[in-house]
Write a protein that binds this ligand. Structure first.
Ligand code: ADP
Ligand code: MG
Length: 263
């Protein structure tokens, strides 16, 4: 499902252009460009160390690129030189504003352990977005029902399974009403029998037309939900295209090898 503007172009949600990222002398991203239009699901695949997490972290402004541009809903993130060969934000207010339009879900759930699920879900709406507490609670109840955790709303994360914690993390991300969601291997830390319940929630979000960038090793799932597959190798986009093309007719030897090792 794609939203169309008056001119008939699909609206761009997240775009990165010639993104480079180095840690010291080590260049992790070597000029990555990709674009997700509204309603698209981009699945990012690639071996360990290929730069997938760094790419998401640069988009979500947890890291600053060394070079290149990031646009969120057409708004370019203003960056300036940090004086050490890298970039830093030129406008803190802009960063704060854009950050709330993206929500990231991590491999390791990252719920606040000292808070109940309800408190986890309402924290950002109440304390960052300025939503009234009772409204945030009502919304959180809806979201926790949606991910099947309403009954657990007063439980602390430590008392939940990994699958439940990750579903709660997704509810927390949704409570920000993000315009795009970033998932970094959301099922990699789960016992195999818990993977399905999390994928079901993500599939549901894809079907309702959410814009998502999804790093995953679940190739069957990527094939099923993604509009586009991006294969990263050594900090570069080695190959990209529709799932059927990428999986059934890979061009590069590296992608062929990667697919044969993960399936
Ligand atoms: P992936 O998610 O594809 O496994 P990452 O983006 O996590 O890859 O990491 C890519 C490379 O960058 C790895 O070699 C990793 O060790 C390195 N790296 C990631 N973050 C840092 C950091 N903060 N400092 C130094 N090196 C890093
Ligand atoms: Mg990673």
């Amino acid at each position: 499902m794609k939203a169309e503007n008056i001119a008939g172009d699909a609206l761009e949600a997240v775009t990165v252009d010639e993104l480079h990222k180095s840690f010291g002398d080590f260049e992790v991203l070597k000029g990555v460009s990709l674009s997700a239009r509204q309603g698209e699901v981009i699945a990012i695949i690639g071996g360990s160390g290929s730069g997938k997490s760094t790419l998401l972290r640069c988009i979500n402004m947890l890291e600053w690129p060394t070079r290149g541009r990031v646009r969120v809903h057409g708004e370019e993130i203003a960056l300036k030189s940090d004086g050490h060969g890298g970039l830093m934000p030129a406008d803190r207010k802009q960063i704060q504003r854009i950050r709330t339009r993206l929500a990231m879900v991590f491999q390791s759930f990252n719920l606040w352990q000292h808070m109940t699920l309800m408190q986890n879900v309402i924290e950002v709406p109440v304390h960052v977005l300025g939503v009234k507490r009772d409204e945030a609670i009502a919304e959180a109840e809806t979201l926790l029902k949606r991910v099947g955790l309403y009954e657990k709303r007063e439980a602390y994360p430590a008392f939940l399974s990994g699958g439940q914690q990750q579903r709660a993390a997704i509810a927390r991300a949704l409570a920000m009403k993000p315009e795009a969601m970033l998932f970094d291997e959301p099922t990699s830390a789960l016992d195999p029998e818990l993977v399905g319940e999390v994928l079901t929630v993500i599939r549901d979000l894809a079907e309702e037309g959410r814009t998502m960038l999804l790093v995953t090793h679940e190739m069957n799932f990527a094939r099923e939900v993604a509009s586009e597959i991006v294969f990263l190798h050594d900090g570069r986009v080695e190959e990209q295209g529709e799932p059927q093309t990428v999986f059934d007719n890979p061009q590069s030897e590296r992608l062929k090898k990667f697919i044969s090792t993960v399936q």
